[in-house]
Write a protein that binds this ligand. Sequence first.
Ligand code: BG6
Length: 478
Amino acid sequence: IPVDPFDLVIFGGTGDLARRKILPSLYRRFLAGQMPEESRIIGAARTEISVEEYRAMARDSITEFVPSSKRDAASLTAFIDHLRYVAIDATGTQGWQELREEMREGMVHAFYFSVAPSLFGAIAERLHEHGIADGNSRIVVEKPFGKDLKTARALNATLAEHFTEQQIYRIDHYLGKETVQNLMAIRFANILFEPLWKTEYIDHVQITVAETVAVDGRGAYYDTSGAMRDMVQNHLMQLLCLIAMEPPYHFDPDAVRDEKLKVIRALEPVRPEDIVRGQYAPKNGKAGYRDDAGNPDSRTESYIALKVGIANWRWKGTPFYLRTGKRLRARTSEIAIYFRRPPHSIFDDPEGGRENVLVIRLQPNEGINLKVMIKEPGPGGMRLTQVPLDMSFAQALGPDGSDIPDAYERLIMDVIRGNQTLFMRGDEVEAAWAWADPIIEGWETRQERPHAYEPGTSGPEDALMLLHRDGRRWREIK
Ligand code: BG6
């Protein structure tokens, strides 16, 4: 379904995100026929280059980041035609008049702030000063949205000086992932799960986002952030919310975000003994975290596992164990719901008392797997065994199932459509920081050092204990 014609301005139009994600995603939407012919994409950055040079850069980026089976020369040329470029000084006067002239009446106007947050205020101000933005314009901002509650509040306040909340699209790219959206479909379009979706039937939940990549190349940013700020406060928090929230009355932006906010507010403070932080060590000549970060004395975590409680009627007594880290054994993101054991087994076989587990695989090999008990075949009596009811989206949906659009494709189109459901509201971000801040402050005041872990493993040994001592086990990372 095509969206309304638009003028999309990308501040930071020559930057890494524009090259890797924004331009390739727009190209793919163009290929899918979703981008109306009249639409324009206007790169804006400090560099003095011509439109031709900008187009050449965009062509190179798309060639690099879109697989050759998913692009062709003719459509690429047609897409590139939609690009414009304005050299602009975010904090000065240069380029703003020119940008104003690029914006056409009757188009959806969207401004992507793909720049350092310190420039948000200056850009917002100039957009208004020069009459470029008005009450109908939309702005898109990226993480990191602050580094704590104080800075997030300040950013929200800066943006609020010029734009209403309905105009602000805060990206958490996890919400744009197909399978993450599927969490809501699975929960709220099936009668099967919801009656069991509570502490009476769910023993615990495990949320894992494991990566094999290191932090090399972005060590300077990462060392001021760490896994808690980089992944938990945003991406894992969103996953937790989608699993834990009450059914919204409608699939409507504020209805969904109100429910997520309630979950975040109900999170219990995390005790220091319920947190394990790790740092990958050097191995076989490959740099360790501290080398990658360029900080030989760094206390920043590249891995974190924590046990989180939610203090409400639905979840009190069901811990959520979260973990994420770099340079682990495999790249895998999944949510595993461990149900409670049957209250009584009528079978002599001890297996009869085992729990069901629902695993939702977010990436790669997106799908759902439900572990159920069946009788082992054969005449040897009532022996039980656990088997997976396994559904891979790629198989179930055919060719369309494996061609999963990038999160940014969905999110950028939602901005043009004016749909905020998959974007974070200001109060949500602040609540997440309000929860994370004391946790981070805790280890900073105690001057805690993360445990070293060997790259290619599932993280520090101590993280195993977090579950062992509760009589539980992490799922294997594979
Ligand atoms: C980003 C983090 O937000 O998400 C990165 O800053 C991380 O550190 C990335 O690697 C993971 O995203 P994905 O889509 O690869 O799971």
